[in-house]
Design a protein around this ligand. Structure first.
Ligand SMILES: NC(=O)C1=CN([C@@H]2O[C@H](COP(=O)(O)OP(=O)(O)OC[C@H]3O[C@@H](n4cnc5c(N)ncnc54)[C@H](OP(=O)(O)O)[C@@H]3O)[C@@H](O)[C@H]2O)C=CC1
Ligand SMILES: CC(=O)N[C@@H](CCC(=O)OP(=O)(O)O)C(=O)O
Length: 310
């Protein structure tokens, strides 16, 4: 029998992208809820309890409610794309490349928390340097980022695309999260293995999909006389042998005049760069991804495949 998959929130931005990725697959059976019934709690509960894997693409409160709906049913496994469970130790963090053992942990977990889009970039850059001992635990990390506007879900898409929207956003690029309390900071800190919360400044650009995450570092404040080369080497070693995260060659990075935020739109990949000049005091670590690809729906499908293969 084919495993049954139910995407709760399948008519939203993340859910639709997962459905697109599943189109044409005949190794799984997709359970579906009609759009008009998407908030019918009884029908959702029935479908959730009929699934082998339920993928939650809902706001945090609705995701917690969905988990409660299946709490007595050990057959159902969950991937939650919301922020609700990402620092909960009872949930596996669904970033398969973050440790050698992580794919196994995801494969055997009942509950998997899919990472946030910005944390995928930030943790992807920071964690290997913490594990290699180059980045001190208490380094004052700053994370600056720009996302495509689909990161804000259906509501922001309407605000950006519909000039008649009562809260239309006209800005080609805007900062937000100005009180510096963004919901992604805790997972960046926990899975980035940092003792201090990073200072995170997000922004949105007038493009639907794509993301740049930047982590600038002062070399003199790192361990082991860290250099452009040793930082790059630590990233290369960490991601050796897998194909979704690519560490861009230093020579190639040095030849670039600019980084295009939409270069990886519509892909599930992530590129990591180390920018700077040999012998100079700073490096800028950069992650490039699609907020809806490796940052959300692509990672959810990757996690589902790991769970189904067991
Ligand atoms: N967009 C992105 O780049 C990313 C999003 N995520 C996370 O994925 C989740 C979904 O976000 P996104 O797809 O962007 O959001 P959307 O607003 O685009 O979609 C959410 C969907 O959930 C439905 N929904 C809302 N409340 C309920 C409820 N109580 N019961 C049933 N259905 C409900 C909505 O229906 P309705 O139309 O009626 O509101 C909508 O169809 C969020 O937790 C988000 O933080 C994670 C990573 C990246
Ligand atoms: C542009 C934009 O608004 N982005 C969203 C994050 C998108 C995302 O990754 O949300 P999850 O935490 O649910 O994964 C935000 O900043 O709240």
């Amino acid at each position: 029998m084919k495993p049954k998959i139910f995407i709760d929130g399948e008519h939203g931005t993340t859910g639709l992208q997962i459905r697109t990725r599943m189109a044409g697959r005949n190794d799984v059976e997709l359970l579906s809820i009609p759009e008009a019934e998407r908030r019918n709690a009884q029908l959702r509960e029935d479908l959730l309890n009929s699934a082998d894997v339920a993928i939650l693409c809902l706001p945090d409160d609705a995701a917690k409610e969905a988990v409660a709906m299946v709490s007595g049913n050990n057959q159902v496994r969950i991937i939650d794309t919301s922020t609700a469970h990402r620092v909960n130790p009872d949930w596996a963090y669904g970033f398969a490349e973050m440790d050698r053992e992580q794919p196994k942990k995801i494969a055997s977990a009942r509950y998997v928390a899919n990472p946030g889009c910005y944390p995928t970039g930030a943790i992807g850059l920071l964690r290997p340097l913490r594990l290699a001992g180059l980045l001190p635990e208490d380094y004052p990390v700053t994370v600056n980022a720009v996302s495509g506007y689909t990161g804000g879900g259906k509501q922001m898409i309407a605000q950006m695309e519909n000039a008649d929207h009562p809260e239309h956003i006209d800005a080609p690029h805007f900062l937000y999260g100005l009180p510096l309390k963004h919901k992604h900071v805790p997972e960046m800190q926990v899975h980035g293995l940092l003792s201090r919360a990073p200072l995170f400044s997000p922004s949105v650009g007038k493009f639907p999909q794509g993301m740049i995450v930047q982590v600038p570092l002062y070399l003199a404040d790192l361990n082991d006389h860290a250099s452009l080369g040793s930082i790059h080497e630590a990233l290369v070693e960490h991601y050796a042998g897998q194909d979704i995260v690519e560490v861009v060659d230093l020579k190639e990075s040095a030849g670039l005049a600019r980084v295009n935020a939409v270069e990886l739109a519509d892909t599930d990949r992530m590129k990591l760069y180390v920018f700077g000049t040999a012998g100079a005091p700073h490096v800028n670590l950069v992650a490039l991804l699609d907020n809806l690809g490796k940052g959300a729906s692509g990672a959810a499908v990757q996690n589902m495949d790991l769970m189904l293969r067991g």
